[in-house]
Ligand binder design. Structure first.
Ligand SMILES: *Cc1c(COP(=O)(O)O)cnc(C)c1O
Length: 367
């Protein structure tokens, strides 16, 4: 086997021990006499998987009583649309904090459905930092029924290190940092996350909805004269994510990943591990002017670390040689270039230490 150090941005690394469990379950799952992909989503065996996945999320994230936990398809990208479809009236102006590509897309989907406003845009500063609450447009926030933000900006390498306190219901895209650290779920009204960064394979999207969100959804649904059932949060809640066939394998894999997180002590220890990994890499970036991290220090992401080299030629050589040396996925997003290491939960500190050693070696030869 030649499993390299995996810094892929998404789908990203999964824990080795979970992959071994999945491998076995593909052939034979529990007492079902069939593989996990070959049993009914309405069977007792799968029902137990679904319930366990929900219970683990509830425990790990501290999801308050009364919240719905859904497993949807279509990725975070479908939620960009579904969120505004279910939670904003056509004439309303929800506010969006635009910290990069994904929040821009959430805003653009809202434009099809209501009258959104940007409470802030990082476009003018190349999305290199996270705004403070005071930097947001107070009138846009005041006029909004809710405010949407992206907790971690996978492409730009920035991350909120606080929950904004705006006196408005908060909706968050947590795709790339969910379960990487403790989070105050109760300070939000809706949270969604594609699974393929920290929770499992692509094809499953976690959606958490508060009682406030569920009540508002009923109001919006009535005002819109009903919604397509697959895009209707109420239908999904009533059917416990089983209105149609969900990604059964994806939910099983997610449940196993969450079991792995719980066995490791939960989100406190996970956050410590993630901080340790990020510190290791950022110290290297700060050590030498050969590397340049464009992100303002207070806004640096612990999940996606981005940096540049002195020239694009050097970047190209670095990426090519790193790949050959066993470091996968270090190429920055195609929209921004440069380098990026994604340090999701399953990436071990030893992989980051090996990367740093490799970088020092590369600098010694090329600096
Ligand atoms: C990856 C990502 C998305 C897009 O997810 P899909 O599941 O591919 O739709 C959206 N938001 C953030 C923050 C992401 O990291």
């Amino acid at each position: 086997m030649a499993r390299a150090h995996n810094f892929n941005a998404g789908p990203g690394a999964l824990p080795d021990s979970v992959l071994v469990e999945l491998q076995a379950a593909v052939l034979e799952f529990g007492k079902t006499r069939a593989g996990i992909m070959e049993i009914s989503h309405r069977s007792k065996a799968f029902e137990a998987v679904l319930e366990s996945a929900q219970a683990r999320l509830r425990r790990l994230l501290g999801v308050p009583e009364g919240w719905a936990i859904l497993f949807q398809q279509g990725g975070a990208s479908l939620q960009f649309h579904v969120l505004s479809l279910n939670l904003a009236l056509p004439g309303e102006a929800p506010a969006f904090v635009d910290t990069g590509t994904w929040s821009t897309k959430a805003y653009e989907e809202a434009q099809r459905l209501c009258q959104p406003r940007k409470a802030w845009s990082g476009k003018g500063n190349a999305y290199t930092f996270i705004p403070s609450d005071a930097e947001l447009d107070a009138s846009a926030v005041a006029a909004a029924p809710w405010v949407h933000y992206t907790t971690n900006n996978t492409i730009r390498g920035t991350q909120f290190h606080r929950v904004p306190a705006l006196g408005k219901p908060l909706l968050a895209d947590m795709s790339s940092d969910i379960c990487s650290r403790p989070v105050d779920v109760g300070a939000h009204e809706a949270i969604y996350a594609g699974a393929q960064k920290n929770l499992g394979p692509s094809g499953v999207t976690v959606v958490l909805l508060s009682p406030w969100a569920l009540a508002r959804q009923a109001e919006v649904k009535a005002a819109r004269g009903g919604l397509p059932p697959m895009l209707d949060y109420a239908v999904q809640v009533e059917n416990n994510s089983l209105y149609n066939t969900p990604s059964t394998f994806g939910i099983f894999a997610l449940e196993r990943v969450l079991a792995w997180v719980e066995a490791g002590g939960g989100l406190g220890p996970m956050a410590e591990k993630n901080t340790r990994k990020a510190d290791l890499l950022y110290s290297e970036l700060d050590r030498s002017p050969f590397w340049r991290c464009p992100v303002r220090p207070d806004s640096r992401s612990q999940m996606n670390v981005v940096w540049r080299l002195p020239t694009e030629d050097l970047e190209e050589r670095f990426l090519k040689e790193a790949d050959a040396a066993g470091f996968l996925g270090l190429k920055g997003h195609r929209s921004v270039g440069g380098c990026r290491a994604s340090l999701y939960n399953a990436v071990e500190p030893a992989s980051v230490a090996a990367l740093v050693a490799y970088m020092r070696d590369f600098e010694a030869k090329n600096g």
